[in-house]
Design a protein around this ligand. Structure first.
Ligand SMILES: [Zn+2]
Ligand SMILES: [Zn+2]
Length: 264
């Protein structure tokens, strides 16, 4: 007879591992990123920082995610494909997926709502697509860093419907963020964590935005150059999968988020 209770028993917390993560990294596909943001160098820097979990999150597109995943084969680093979406309200929203296929489906939906403007390289920088070796394949001509005609809530729903995880980005930033553009975290927004910048100090930040005390906060680098990659967020979980990260964000079944805040 099958022991159904055993199937529901949470994993022994002793078997959980700590994953050092930076879940917001740009590549040369983002016009604003430096030319050094190619797969091998991103992984080299991540390894140097002791990371074992990263996410590739270019503006509204994921053309380079697969190349970084391929380059990471044989390393100890798990790479999530993702994007940094920009909503109608000009709020940035990270989205991460377990598979490149789901991430691409989300990109297709967003592209349908993205104005068809051509990138101006001299103003916004080139948007390069590269292979795992960092060699140039083609250049995305469509301007990626702009708002899609979708509300933030619509984006969160879209990401969830494809099995992804949405995280409002750099909420303490003075532009393109929840707090700067909307003034608050909408109570109906269905997310389980918020990203803050490496400059966020809870001693000051919680005075300015007391509502942030109620949230699970993570620190990412929003790296546009190698030395901006951060190593301050630890996720305690069983393995790198979106549903495990959500459990960690919610502090359920022994999973948790540990952040190293600036020392006084
Ligand atoms: Zn951003
Ligand atoms: Zn970013």
């Amino acid at each position: 007879m099958v022991n159904k209770d055993r199937a529901r028993t949470p994993l022994n917390p002793d078997r959980l591992k700590l994953f050092k993560a930076d879940l917001h990294i740009h590549t040369v596909l983002s016009g604003c990123a430096e030319i050094e943001m190619i797969p091998s160098l991103i992984l080299w820097q991540a390894e140097k920082k002791g990371l074992n979990l990263i996410a590739i999150t270019d503006h509204n597109a994921c053309h380079n995610a697969e190349a970084v995943i391929e380059a990471a084969v044989g390393t100890n680093i798990h790479v999530f494909p993702g994007m940094e979406l920009q909503s109608k309200e000009e709020v940035h929203l990270l989205c991460l997926f377990d598979t490149v296929a789901s991430c691409k489906k989300c990109q297709e939906k967003v592209f349908q709502k993205l104005p068809s403007l051509t990138n101006k390289e001299d103003l916004f920088g080139p948007q390069y697509v590269v292979n795992a070796a960092g060699e140039w394949l083609w250049t995305e001509e469509r301007l990626l860093a702009q708002s899609a005609d979708m509300t933030l809530e619509e984006m969160v729903d879209q990401v969830a419907s494809l099995g992804g995880l949405a995280i409002p980005a750099h909420v303490d930033r003075t532009s393109y963020s929840l707090l700067s553009n909307l003034g608050l975290v909408p109570p109906t927004l269905d997310v389980s964590a918020l990203e803050v910048t490496p400059y966020f100090d809870p001693r000051k930040g919680f005075l300015e935005w007391p509502e942030l005390r109620e949230w699970c906060l993570i620190v990412n680098g929003d790296a546009h150059r190698l030395n901006e990659i951060q190593d301050r967020t630890l996720l305690k979980m069983s393995h790198p999968e979106i549903k495990e990260i959500i459990l960690a964000f919610k502090g359920q079944e022994g999973r948790q988020v540990l952040v190293e805040w600036p020392k006084p």
